[in-house]
Design a protein around this ligand. Structure first.
Ligand code: HEM
Length: 589
């Protein structure tokens, strides 16, 4: 079934859940010639509930048997208070509004003393995991057992269609070969975009104004990526910037009102909707029966992307006619795409995916890194010293400089550890069940003994790199703290080297991020240029839009939320709610 036909899937599900048991009861009663009268509706609803419970119990006992046969045991099931664990579903939906990012999952893991759990929402298996061994199995060692899966495609189809993030084998092959080549050290390109960004920061500083760093970094990474991928600078940096104290909150950060602002809003709304659908689980189409909530946003996105696709296809015709650029390595990503296909929809989907991959991830790291520089001036000083030692106050960094700046890499990695831009991810088992390896040693007591776990067929597993990367069992008691030196200290480095999948911000296995070298180079280049000119960063919390500062009740909780000064949130990628308002201070010496 086409994943876009989510309504058909929902009707089939409703038929199975409601119509079949109700018809069985009706047939049975008519055979007995018994009339229920006023009790007709309550009796049918009650019967449907009993049917669902019995069916659920049957599935569970069947899984128990299959698990035993495979030498495994079933994944511990969450037992809610309401039928079908609907209370758990509501708890997760509600948590998005007030809770610290992903805390609702951590609470469940702690409650059950187990790193992998089955939520069994509406009697359907939904696995969640903060287990490093299980995440490794899903992404790498057991890769062939999993795919993106129908349910994820259903949620994303309108937004990403046949793009690389929404397909399994076939269309990924269009993108990967482009990235396989050494293309990532085009430092001249980074220099142009850094210069433009820093000149904006300098004028803001001169006028004593703060800026929304998250917004600025989004523009920087999109402009650089568009030039890298398409040979065309989208120049979003020249569009109107958010004004401190006046700009309202958009879906993620600041909202601006121009052409670029409407694209950014649509792009972010589409991501938020997809995340919301994920929280609701299989029942999300119930809330979008008559209107696909992403339809309007995707129209705006397409109106932006389509002209780029058409001009690339036109250029291809002209070039082919004139016999220009035959050498594949001279082609940019867009030319590479138009070489592989003439289908404008397929090109659009691939391009939209790449814009998502390159804008929201790199901007996320630079945003959280700036936050850390603001609240850890000692780290800022040390990092700046390293920059000045290697590159001096004005020279542009070379590839070799970047490679040698160990503290820079440590600061970037520590940011990626605490705030991985992709904090959670989903896969689905293919048509056969499989066996997850024994759990990691996070909880020594509890349901999770060290037995392999039975993973049912056609079932989603949501794994959580953010929780794995903050797990004290892997990182020590100071796991929640920002300490770049842990990437330099031989003891902690040895711990990571012995077990590298405790840190997977770029994922792992065959679908590991193909832009990671580009991203490291771009971020390092930017940081060098930034720290050559600026030596202090202070949070301008007075400009955070209403409702974007951390709720006061967080102060009484454990973990980072007790002292976090921003509100981290997740929608496909991580972001700071309301943007990150910061003052950048020029170095005077
Ligand atoms: C700090 C920056 C970045 C981070 C943390 C990051 C992280 C990730 C992660 C976790 C995945 C796996 C997604 C999944 O399996 O569902 C991924 C895949 C991918 N990334 Fe990145 N990424 C970053 C930057 C970039 C950039 C700059 C590009 C392109 C210019 C890029 C292109 C891609 C592509 C095309 C894939 C899909 C690979 C596949 O499915 O085979 N990424 N990235």
């Amino acid at each position: 079934m086409n994943p876009a036909n989510y309504r058909v899937r929902l009707v089939l599900d409703l038929f199975r859940i409601f119509v079949i048991p109700a018809s069985v009861l009706s047939c049975f009663l008519s055979l007995l010639r018994y009339r229920l009268g006023l009790l007709f509706i309550p009796a049918h609803l009650g019967f449907i509930l009993i049917w669902a419970t019995i069916e659920g119990a049957y599935v569970e006992s069947k899984q128990d048997r299959q698990a035993r046969a495979l030498g495994a045991k079933t994944i511990p099931r969450v037992v809610g208070k309401w039928p079908g664990n609907t209370d758990i579903l509501l708890r997760m939906v509600g948590a998005f509004k007030n809770s610290y990012v992903l805390d609702v999952y951590l609470e469940l893991f702690e409650e059950y003393q187990c790193t992998t759990l089955n939520l069994r929402i509406l009697w359907r298996d939904n696995i969640i995991s903060m287990d490093q061994e299980h995440a490794k199995y899903v992404t790498s060692t057991g890769f062939s057992q999993f795919w993106r899966g129908i349910s994820q495609k259903e949620r994303m189809e309108l937004f990403l269609g046949e793009g690389i993030f929404n397909r399994d084998d076939e269309h990924r092959n269009m993108t990967r070969p482009f990235f396989a080549r050494e293309r990532f050290s085009d430092f001249e390109l980074f220099e142009r975009h850094c210069a433009q960004t820093l000149s904006i920061l300098s004028s803001l500083e001169a006028s004593g104004t703060a800026c929304d760093a998250q917004d600025l970094y989004g523009r920087f990474s999109l402009d650089a990526a568009s030039e890298f991928l398409m040979g065309k600078n989208l120049d979003t940096m020249s569009a109107s910037l958010p004004i401190p104290g006046k700009t309202v909150m958009g879906p993620k950060g600041s909202a601006t009102e121009d052409h670029w602002g409407s694209f950014a809003r649509a792009f972010e709304m589409a991501q938020l909707n997809i995340t919301h659908r994920g929280r609701l689980g299989a029942v999300w189409p119930l809330f979008e029966l008559f209107k696909d909530k992403n339809e309007e946003h995707c129209k705006v996105i397409q109106a932006w992307v389509d002209p780029l696709v058409h001009s690339a296809l036109e250029a291809k015709k002209t070039m082919n006619g004139a016999g220009v650029i035959n050498n594949i390595t001279d082609k940019n990503f867009m030319q590479h795409l138009t070489d592989s296909t003439d289908d404008p929809i397929l090109i659009r989907d691939q391009l939209t995916s790449m814009l998502l991959a390159s804008r929201d991830t790199t901007a996320c790291v630079l945003t959280f890194l700036t936050y850390f520089l603001a609240i850890h001036p000692d780290v800022t000083r040390k990092l700046r010293d390293e920059v000045l030692e290697h590159c001096g106050p004005t020279s542009p960094p070379t590839f070799d400089h970047v490679r040698r700046m160990k503290y820079m890499r440590a600061v970037i990695n520590e940011t990626l550890r605490l705030f991985p831009p992709v904090p959670l991810n989903i896969r689905e088992t293919r048509t056969a069940p499989c066996v997850l390896p024994p759990s990691d040693r996070t909880f020594s007591k509890g349901f999770c003994d060290r037995q392999p776990l039975y993973m049912p067929a056609k079932t989603t597993i949501l794994y959580l790199p953010l929780l794995i990367q903050r797990n004290p069992a892997h990182w020590g008691d100071d796991a929640d703290e920002f300490k770049p030196d842990r990437w330099i200290n031989p003891e902690s480095v040895a711990r990571y080297v012995a077990n590298p999948t405790i840190f997977t911000p770029f994922s792992a296995g065959p679908r590991i991020c193909i832009g990671q070298n580009y991203a490291y180079n771009e971020m390092s280049y930017f940081l060098v240029r930034l720290l050559q000119q600026f030596d202090r960063f202070t949070l301008a919390s007075e400009f955070q839009p209403e409702g974007s500062l951390p709720p006061l009740e967080w102060k009484h909780r454990k973990g980072r939320q007790a002292y976090e000064q921003i509100w981290p949130s997740a929608a496909l990628t991580l972001y700071v709610k309301g943007g990150l308002w910061v003052r950048f201070h020029k170095a005077r010496s």
